[in-house]
Design a protein around this ligand. Structure first.
Ligand SMILES: Cc1cc2nc3c(=O)[nH]c(=O)nc-3n(C[C@H](O)[C@H](O)[C@H](O)COP(=O)(O)OP(=O)(O)OC[C@H]3O[C@@H](n4cnc5c(N)ncnc54)[C@H](O)[C@@H]3O)c2cc1C
Ligand code: SF4
Length: 326
């Protein structure tokens, strides 16, 4: 284990200041960070503990949106009465993630910022452009069956984004509120996670020393139903091979609004906007859902071992759309 400094921050301002000037990491639940420090993959010189920050509230805003503090645990968020009632897709996604004890520790901000599960990234020695830019990608042509993507990949990185919570948030629509040395700002949720392109080490839109303070969910779509479906090798305690978050509002036998986001198959939480558009004004039939699912995977690029994710992801979309419309 390498030595590192440790500082507990009592305010957001203190946290930002403590983070500045050296290679520092915030620690929230610690379920990603401490894992990667022990594996020698992340090597912070200082850890800034943000557990004392007053960011543990979930509050309804006057315009109907929901403001979630970055330190709200995944368990508290999943079981929050408003989330269960108005954002079932988010509650289901959170409860499909990790285990009870992990969800009690893991936080909203930490989940947004969690790192990829690619074994080459985590082993600390294999060539990996995300861990060591320019070293190569061991997963391309290597083991790439379960935690590697078919959408949004590049020649430099193919790791899938691991979060379940973020897939639901991508479907709902959200803003990420951040604070930092230059003050507060907001980032659209869909712009927060970055495609790997030729710089996979740059994973998100957070600036130097910025901290996530809240996630604000869009107001729920009136009259909609939602569902999160996670397909995986084991029934629990496993990352998604493919997952689908859908929100649909129908009226008079046709679809008025549709949201579709995918997990396990994309290098970021994947919103399938063209597939959504194909459903507007259509009847909620299996045939239309299958067409939308095909559109969602147009341009998908399978790797040597994960081509099965294309039909699997398409089935996830169809099944979750059927669940909310029959
Ligand atoms: C065995 C195991 C199984 C898992 N299974 C799943 C699963 O099925 N689905 C799933 O979605 N997840 C899964 N996870 C991941 C888990 O959800 C994440 O580890 C967790 O959400 C991270 O939250 P945390 O509060 O512990 O973050 P930490 O570990 O404290 O931090 C993670 C990263 O976020 C940064 N960070 C934390 N808070 C902030 C903030 N407010 N602002 C800016 N940066 C911040 C940290 O610096 C660090 O880089 C699993 C984890 C483990 C260990
Ligand atoms: S897929 Fe990404 S994280 Fe995995 S080895 Fe390649 S560059 Fe590294």
């Amino acid at each position: 284990m390498r030595n590192f400094g440790y500082q507990r921050a009592a305010s957001v301002d203190q946290a930002v200041k403590a983070h500045a000037g050296q290679q520092a990491s915030f620690v929230a639940g610690g379920t990603t960070l401490l894992d990667l420090v022990k594996l020698d993959v992340m090597r912070p010189e200082r850890i800034v503990d943000i557990n004392p920050l007053p960011l543990k509230q979930v509050e309804r805003l006057s315009d109907g949106r929901l403001k979630i503090g970055a330190m709200v645990s995944n368990a508290d968020l999943a079981w929050h009465p408003t989330v269960k009632q108005d954002y079932a897709v988010l509650s289901e996604a959170l409860l499909a993630g990790a285990s009870t004890s992990l969800r009690n520790k893991a936080t909203t901000g930490g989940n947004v910022m969690q790192r990829v599960r690619c074994p080459y990234f985590r082993d600390g020695i294999s060539p990996c452009n995300k861990r060591e830019p320019g070293s190569g990608c061991s997963a391309i042509g290597g083991v790439n069956r379960s935690v590697h993507a078919v959408l949004g990949t590049s020649d430099h990185c193919i790791a899938s984004h691991p979060s379940d919570m973020c897939v639901a948030m991508a479907a709902i629509g959200a803003r990420i509120l951040v604070d930092g040395p230059k003050g507060k700002r907001e980032i659209d949720f869909l712009d927060f996670h970055l495609l790997p392109g030729n710089s996979p080490e740059k994973e998100h839109a957070l600036g130097t020393d910025e901290i996530i303070t809240h996630v604000v969910l869009d107001a729920p779509i009136a009259g909609s139903k939602s569902h999160y479906l996670k397909l995986r090798d084991r029934a629990s305690y496993q990352f998604a091979l493919a997952s689908s978050a859908v929100i649909v509002a129908t009226s008079g036998g046709t679809i008025q609004q549709a949201r579709i986001a995918l997990g396990g198959v994309g290098t970021k939480p994947w919103r399938a906007k063209e597939a959504e558009q194909s459903l507007i004004g259509q009847a909620p039939t299996q045939e239309n859902f299958e067409r939308a699912a095909r559109i969602a995977f147009e341009g998908a690029q399978p790797q040597s071992q994960n081509a099965f994710k294309i039909p699997l992801g398409q089935q996830a979309i169809v099944r979750s759309l059927l669940t909310v419309t029959v």
